[in-house]
Design a protein around this ligand. Structure first.
Ligand code: GAR
Length: 186
């Protein structure tokens, strides 16, 4: 039986699409999104990928949403949970239950520029090199053990837009490669 990847995504979904295109023949892939307006859902439809919406806005509070997500994840029994632009913080009990089986991608060279808008933060700061980090998720925001990094040089002629494009291009190559490597070792 194919190993199973659950992708959690809240937004645009370009990483989701890159992962599906590179790995769909080898692994079973399912998308879960908490945002029913997210473009990633359209991508899942276009690519004929199984998806589910757990609409965050339907829950009275974050705890109830997280409980539902936890139940769902336990039922799905994924080999790996892949965060790809997932804009919610997972509670400790989910992170602990799936310890070393949840990974995230972040658009900076961690531990620099944690949190939101990392590409802009690096650009505005004037660093000469930034990049992409893939890490295990732990109980600290963008803080888990680093699995892989790739460097992007910021040239003087780069704009924020051209830098974003460079970063995304690296993400789309690196993330599927790392996911495959982890799953092959399992
Ligand atoms: C990616 O650049 C990813 O690194 C970033 O969100 C973007 C999602 O793009 N994640 C974070 O900033 C996590 N802290 P996508 O929806 O097109 O894949």
């Amino acid at each position: 039986m194919k190993k199973k990847i659950i992708i959690l995504a809240s937004g645009n979904g370009s990483n989701f699409e890159a992962i599906v295109n590179k790995l769909r023949n080898k692994y079973s892939i399912k998308l879960i999104s908490e945002n029913k307006e997210a473009y990633v859902l359209q991508r899942a439809i276009n690519l004929y990928v199984d998806y589910e919406i757990i609409n965050y806005k339907n829950f009275e509070n974050r705890d109830l949403y997280n409980k539902k997500l936890f139940e769902k994840l336990k039922k799905e029994k994924p080999d790996l949970i892949v965060l790809a632009g997932y804009m919610k913080i997972l509670p400790d009990y989910i992170v602990d239950f799936f310890s070393k089986r949840i990974i995230n991608i972040h658009p900076s060279l961690l531990p620099a520029f944690k949190g939101l808008n990392a590409i802009k933060k690096a650009y505005d700061y004037g660093v000469k090199y930034t990049g992409v980090t893939i890490h295990y998720v732990n109980n600290e925001l963008d803080g888990g053990e680093i699995i892989a990094q790739d460097i992007v040089k910021i040239e003087t002629e780069d704009t924020l837009h051209s830098l974003e494009e460079k970063i995304h291009k690296i993400e789309h190559k690196l993330y599927p490669k790392v996911i495959d490597k982890i799953l092959r070792r399992m």
